[in-house]
Design a protein around this ligand. Structure first.
Ligand SMILES: [Zn+2]
Length: 401
């Protein structure tokens, strides 16, 4: 099958190319060429093909607590020591938690997300809810179990989770002593395990220099990094830590986003950037919306607006997959045929196609390609099987292990 599009972001560098035909055979991209005289099987007008997206940070269980504690300080809602959310989750039945997480993941799929990395609150309970919810949804859920609030200072518990699950979601680096962080780092390295941890989300955490402790722990991903400056963010990324802002959450919960110029510097030097959507109590799981939002609120201070757009598109696609340890090269010959085709009517008149795309992402039509199946995402019903997804999903899951 040959699909033709007006533009495509090719390869891991997301090179923008015009008038592209993508041939697909046996669920893989067999050839990428320019327009030829033979007519394609399908031409999608006013379109740009981009790699499929992943979401590097979410709290799916909180989908059962929409808009909880709207008038409370953030800490009084989400902190394991003082927040109300853990008690509220405990009060929900497992069926309710599963149903809400399922709706949330279905929403993610309809927004072009194939992988969601989610904290699993209350340890085994969270893991069970995520496994149940994802069993009937085409999205791959990568669980990062979080210790229960009663175990928040117990390094033994963190080590036990790491050994069993090879993944761990930490609330903050301040929950453990320096020596504990070192021990945890050693265990993670030995097990090739991934730790994700919230870093400098709030000014209080930044002032407490939580990011310095990240150099002891060397987690796989530092989530938020809202307050980090250029040297601080680069120092983390140079030792292998991925920087994962959640722009809508950061705006909504703390009133600022990571400096776009810092984000671009990390992109240029190490490429260790990804994006997340954070807490399901407030934010839909759309990474495309994160791109648009971050660009909108930061455009005026971005020194190079084209580089910022490239960094955002990279972070939401190739960056998120790499951060999670999944091999995926985007729109690339011999890669899995998994991509999004975004239809933007204004593209044909655009002075700058990538800016036109990013500024209109949340209101554009998104079509997913899974192997030789073309799936208009707005029409997807979770009650009918979606052709072509299963093989792609299996292939990503295999590279995850
Ligand atoms: Zn979070």
């Amino acid at each position: 099958m040959r699909i033709c599009v007006d533009y495509a972001l090719i390869g891991t560098n997301l090179d923008l190319e015009r008038n592209i035909c993508i041939s697909i055979e046996n669920n893989r991209i067999s050839q990428i060429t320019g327009y030829t005289s033979t007519s394609p099987d399908i031409y999608i007008p006013s379109s740009i093909a981009i790699p499929i997206t992943a979401n590097c940070h979410a709290h799916c269980l909180d989908a059962a607590l929409p808009s909880i504690g709207e008038d409370l300080e953030l800490e009084l809602v989400v902190s394991p020591r003082r927040g109300i959310k853990y008690a509220e989750i405990s009060r929900c039945s497992i069926d309710k938690l599963t149903e809400c997480a399922k709706l949330y993941l279905a929403h993610a799929f309809r927004q072009g997300v194939i992988v969601v990395a989610s904290y699993a609150e209350l340890e085994s309970l969270g893991v069970e809810v995520l496994a149940r919810a994802s069993s009937s949804i085409p999205v791959i859920v990568v669980p990062f179990p979080q210790p229960c609030p009663s175990d928040i200072s117990s390094v033994e518990k963190y080590l036990a989770i790491l050994k069993t699950m090879r993944r761990l979601g930490m609330n903050t680096l301040l929950d453990l002593e320096f020596e504990d962080l070192k021990e945890l780092a050693k265990a993670a390295q030995h097990l090739s395990a991934h730790i994700h941890v919230h870093v400098s989300e709030t000014e209080r955490l930044y002032r407490a220099k939580d990011f310095e402790r990240a150099l002891e722990l060397k987690p796989r991903a530092a989530i938020h990094c809202t307050y980090l400056g250029k040297e601080e963010a680069l120092e983390l990324s140079r030792v292998g830590i991925w920087i994962v802002p959640c722009p809508r959450s950061n705006t909504f919960l703390v009133g600022r986003v990571m400096d776009p110029n810092v984000f671009v510097e990390v992109f240029l030097e190490t490429k260790r950037i990804a994006l997340g959507t954070d807490n399901a109590a407030w934010f839909t799981p759309s990474v495309l919306r994160e791109i648009e939002h971050y660009y909108m609120v930061s455009r005026v201070i971005a020194r190079d607006r084209m580089l910022f757009v490239k960094a955002l598109l990279y972070a939401a696609t190739i960056g998120c997959f790499r951060c999670l340890g999944i091999e995926y090269r985007g729109i690339y010959e011999n890669e899995n045929a998994a991509m999004l085709i975004v239809q933007v009517p204004e593209l044909r008149y655009s002075y700058s196609p990538l800016h036109t795309l990013v500024e209109r992402l949340s209101s554009s039509r998104v079509i997913a390609v899974f192997g030789e199946n073309i799936v208009p995402l707005e029409t997807v019903s979770m009650h009918t099987p979606i052709k072509g997804v299963e093989k792609i999903r299996r292939s990503f899951e295999q590279s995850l292990q």
